[in-house]
Design a protein around this ligand. Sequence first.
Ligand code: BMA
Length: 320
Amino acid sequence: MPIPWQEKPKNCDEVLWRYNKNPIIDRYAIPTSNSIFNSAVVPFEEGFAGVFRCDNKAVQMNIFAGFSKNGIDWDIDHEPIDFVAGNTQMIESDYKYDPRVTFIEDRYWITWCNGYHGPTIGIGYTFDFKKFYQCENAFLPFNRNGVLFPQKINGKYAMLSRPSDNGHTPFGDIYISFSPDMKYWGEHRCVMKVTPFENSAWQSTKIGAGPVPILTNDGWLLFYHGVISTCNGFRYSIGAAILDENNPEIVKFRTQPYLLAPAELYELTGDVPNVIFPCASLHSLEEDKLALYYGAADTVTGLAFGRLSEIVEYVKNNSL
Ligand code: BMA
């Protein structure tokens, strides 16, 4: 199944452009939902599958499986994912949010922000998006934005994450950690820090990895969110970096300007205004296409498109 796609509008000179029928998932798309956003999708069988963050009307945060033929119209299960024990006994999970999904070797791995005495990184896997297994948490609390690389690097699983606090975290840099077995994580290294305000203010408060990185000829293309503190609170935008293929703690390039920032009404208004938060992408290297999925205003889900080669050139030419 081809990935979702829409050509760049004639009057647009940006490297990312929005789908003209955004948002693709409405806040009330399942009977219990208050909002559906910050969600993850992957190619699956003849179409696509995903793990969706649906907050219910008690504003309890949980993740739900969903399926789509075209990557745009989604059928999301009405019941949350019911995990069984994976590589450890069942561990506490007070809430689950902001999932990422990637296929490695023989199964689909899911990471999310897991409520275990505060936020930390939960890990699970599935073969079929029907039965799900929950594994050991990757880290001690507090941590968010755990994002796996889609293949082992130097023989080990690799994960980006963002150590945080148990509140809304007015700081935060991106780290990388490695694991031989998806259970024990170590070799923690700093990858990227926030920028000085005067240099690139949109990413000066905190940053966090977005979708699973994409391997290009220049290295790993990583989309991330960057946050500025304003007098009205946080504003979340999207940037990109290119990490070294074999030593991904080395940042080769990183955008000084953002690639996409809240500007459309569904990004500017909602439960948390001025937030765009990418958690997944679909891509085709052969066709030079990218479809980027992002939560908008912590309420709905949007889609943006880009040409991978154009994005890589832009990141290289507009690097910090
Ligand atoms: C972060 C997370 C995200 C959310 C963002 C903006 O801390 O909670 O889920 O989209 O804040 O509210």
